[in-house]
Design a protein around this ligand. Sequence first.
Ligand code: ATP
Ligand code: MG
Length: 434
Amino acid sequence: MAKEKFTGVKGMNDMLPQDAAVWQHVQSTCVGVLERYGYQEIRTPILENTRVFTRGVGEVTDIVEKEMYSFVDSMNGDQLTLRPECTSAVVRAVNEHNLLYGTNQRLWYFGPMFRHERPQRGRYRQFYQLGAEALGMEGPDVDAEMIMMLSRMWKALGVGPVKLELNTLGALEERQAHRDALIRYFEQNQDVLDEDAKRRLYTNPLRILDTKNPEMQDLVNAAPRLLDFLGEKSRGFLSRLEELVSAAGIEYTINPRLVRGLDYYNHTVFEWITDRLGAQGTICGGGRYDPLVEMLGGRPAPGVGFAMGIERVIELLREVGQVPVSTQTDVYVIHHGGDTQKDALLLAEAMRDADVRVIVHPGEGSIKSQMKKADASGAEYAVFATADELAQGKVAVKCLREHAAEVPFAQQTLVDVADAPTAVAQAIAAVRAL
Ligand code: ATP
Ligand code: MG
């Protein structure tokens, strides 16, 4: 009978052990920066009631119209959705637990999101976002600080130059006036509109500006600009934001066509873009969403946030050659089985007490075959808990790597068993300092 082969779900990736170091590096670097700005972690479930997203993201969006993994819970008939983004879920949780009662919140999250898109480079059906939400603060100082925080993250990660694009969506009434003008403009150009645009003409004409259809680019480029409909307050918000971002030495361009995928934004919207990843060059998007907290049932409170796509950030790190090499083993312990195996296990425990990362050879085997395993493990040192040496109360230590001459134990050396953990820990420290 043919063996059944199992594969992962299309568009959903395994993170393999050889990539663990870069994933951990990205997360810990970003979290280190977030903590310097007073952000705290929040974790919400991967499943939410579908309404959280239809209400929170908006009915007339790509996400809700065609990208959500939704299903009925067969146990009780609940309508559930695998989260396509996390802002709505975070706001749901903040409201449910009254986290804005008499205070503000600065929150970050990290985790998988799910969207039923056509898989391609930088676009997957399960992908990871790291994001943050600043809730209860009006801005634009908070928006500016968020952009400074992101700029600091790019530097800390070493992603190389990324471009910041800024825009404003103004306030509701301004968007309405602009919307009317847009509808009139697109009505006069019906023949150039594609299917998506026709469908959105009366539901969400702003989103037509976001089209990726090359045949509509001239049309949208000449469309009425929201910037021309802004009142004094919205203009003031944007110019103060620009002033603060400039003062921090961060370069940006105003992109009047930047409207972003989600419905709940007002005032500030921004994206960070690289030209090194082809079509999927946006590594981070964000903006202000003052209506959202109330839309999801809370007492009105303003908010601003961002989400970065981790796969794209990692791909960019590979492009610029900034991927950390992963070393996962310091020491490989070789032994002769029997009692020497017991001594090997105990010696390994003592080395781990000294923070050394140790693999003990599993089972038994010739010294030669164990040496091969030691080498393949990437360990810096082999420790030989072998019968003759242990009989004298000693083990042998040997550096396995090319730089042996520059660190202790270049030659195989006998060390008292009791001294070995400290001696090995010092040798590992010397390797790290190279
Ligand atoms: P796009 O225009 O590329 O579809 P979006 O506007 O849908 O992006 P957001 O909802 O703002 O994206 O998500 C924030 C970030 O998450 C994006 O800038 C991107 O880096 C990442 N991202 C979004 N969708 C995907 C996906 N399907 N696969 C991988 N990363 C994604
Ligand atoms: Mg999208």
